[in-house]
Each structure stands twice: as C-alpha cells, then as structure tokens.
Design a protein around this ligand. Structure first.
Ligand code: FAD
Length: 266
C-alpha cells in the first residue's frame, strides 16, 4: 500500500506578532513544528504501512527550512520525503496551496502510484480545513473528511468512521482516495533516535515549479490565489471584569439575563 501524507510546518505558538506596516506574521525567533494534526495523519499512515507492508511518503510545501518536518517524519518511520519549494509558490491561498500540492502528488504518483492520501483535519495557523478536500477535488479522487477511526482496511478498500460532531458516519471507499483525520484516529509515536541516526543521510527530493506538469505560473502562488488578505491584526484582548456582589440570587439572575441579552448572546 502506497500512502502519501501531507505535512505542514507551522509556528509553534499561536502567539505570533504581526508587522503593523506589512501585515505579515513575524516568524523570526518563533520556533516551527509539524502541524499537530499532521502527526496524527502520519501515525495513521505508519500503522497502515505496518499492517499492509506499505510505504509512506510525506510531502510539504514551504520554504527550504520546511525540510525539518520531513526529517522529523523520517524519525517516525516515513520512507520518502518531498519538498515543494519555489518563489513562484509564495503567497498562495488555500486554492493555490492545494493545487500545488496536487501537482506534486501527480509527479510522485507517476513514479509510485498511490492508494491513499492522508491530510490533517486542519492546520493550527491557517485553520481553514480546506486543503485536504481541495486536493482531492483537484485530483478528482473521492475524499472523506474528519476521519476519527479506521475500522477496516485491505489492499482494495477501507472502512472509516467520520466524525460529524453530532453524528458519526461509517464510510466505505476504494482507492485512490484521500482522507483528513482528527486527533482520535491514532496516538502519534515519538520520533526515534535509532531512526534519526539511520535516516540522517536519506534524500529529500525538492520539486520546483519547473518539475510540475502545469507550466502556467498564473495557477501558483499569489497569481493563482483568488482570495487576498486585506489586513491581519491580533484580536484586541478584552479582559474587563465585572463583579456583582451583595445581590440576591434572583437579582443576580436578572442582571445576568439583561447583560447576556445586551451582548446578543441570548
Ligand atoms: C491571500 C492569501 C495569501 C497567503 N499568503 C501566504 C504566504 O505568503 N505564506 C504563507 O505561509 N501562507 C500564506 N497564506 C496561508 C496559506 O494559504 C495557508 O497556510 C495554506 O493555504 C494552507 O491552508 P491552511 O493552513 O488553512 O490548511 P488547512 O486546510 O487547515 O490544512 C489541512 C491539512 O492540509 C495539509 N496542508 C496544508 N498546507 C500544507 C502545506 N503547505 N504543505 C503540506 N500540507 C499542507 C496538511 O495535511 C493540513 O493538516 C495565505 C493565505 C491567503 C488567503
């Protein structure tokens, strides 16, 4: 079974400052990590690999330093890694990001036809949860989002539980397909020191714009992004506290009711 996992490098903290002049996030001095949901995606892939004698390939789109998350994936048991990196990919919104990743997956798929693509449910910086389903749409393969459990799998098909918050759906599908996973799918293993040593020299293949099947650069990066960010700003911190004392229970309830109504919360 050939499994591809999309992993994204994200800032370690949500407390990233914004450059007031450019509106860009100030990433200098902020450590980067693998998007936490992608650890769950990778763990699900590694378990399938172990069960079905498969191979796990990871792919990330980002700057050269995104290789760090590929190295981490190697330390967990991934077999191959691809970095999609080119200045032409910069400024991509979710449409251009998923298109670029889908192009990368097409290149990889020509070498080793894949059965399953696994993405995290969402990233902790962008938070849109759009990229996985958009990759599937671009590749024209079926997808199941919010997979919380893999119930059965064999070389032809898979049965999964899809968490819809108030209901759970059981879905069966054949390959090639894409799933996005929640944290319930599998507890990620820790990176192994033995694998760190064993994979130190393992190659990471970089794919640039020139390596992709589509040579129309208006489909990539800022040019291929129909959404534009007008402004980025940290939300105002509202820590105002009101303390009501010495009222009866009924008065407190009345005060609370009036306050919540004014705030349009009820
Ligand atoms: C107009 C615009 C401009 C932007 N410009 C920039 C910019 O210049 N630089 C920048 O860093 N961001 C930029 N972004 C943010 C960027 O578009 C998103 O980070 C990216 O599209 C992924 O979306 P997301 O984080 O919401 O992913 P989600 O859809 O929440 O992620 C779901 C899953 O998709 C996969 N995934 C997502 N992104 C990647 C990736 N890059 N590589 C591998 N797998 C991935 C992972 O498995 C992840 O768990 C911009 C966004 C907009 C709207």
């Amino acid at each position: 079974m050939e499994i591809l996992v999309c992993i994204k490098q994200v800032p370690e903290t949500k407390d990233v400052d914004v450059d007031e002049e450019t509106g860009n996030l100030i990433r200098d001095g902020v450590d980067s990590i693998m998007n936490p949901y992608d650890l769950y995606a990778l763990e699900a892939a590694l378990r399938l690999k172990e069960e079905h004698d498969g191979k796990v390939t990871v792919i990330t789109m980002g700057p050269p330093q995104a290789k760090e998350v590929i190295r981490e994936a190697y330390m967990m048991g991934a077999d191959r890694g691809y970095l999609l990196s080119d200045m032409k990919f910069a400024g991509a919104d979710t449409l251009a990001t998923s298109y670029t990743l889908a192009q990368g997956l097409e290149v990889i798929g020509k070498k080793d036809a894949y059965d399953l693509v696994i993405c995290g449910m969402e990233s902790t910086d962008g938070d849109t949860a759009q990229v996985g389903p958009a990759i599937a749409e671009t590749l024209q393969i079926p997808h199941v989002a919010y997979v919380s459990s893999i119930l059965e799998s064999d070389q032809q098909k898979m049965v999964v539980e899809k968490d819809m918050a108030d209901t759970v759906e059981i879905v069966e599908f054949t390959y090639p397909s894409l799933i996005t996973v929640t944290k319930e799918v599998a507890q990620p293993r820790l990176p192994s020191f033995r694998l760190k040593l064993a994979t130190e020299d393992r190659e990471i293949t970089t794919l640039t714009f020139a390596d992709l099947p589509d040579d129309d650069e208006t489909n990539f990066g800022l040019k291929g992004s129909p959404t534009q960010v007008e402004e980025i700003f940290p939300p105002e911190k509202d820590v105002e506290q009101v303390i009501w004392e010495e009222q009866s229970g009924e008065e407190l309830a009345e005060l609370m009711y009036t306050e919540l109504k004014e705030l349009k919360l009820i």
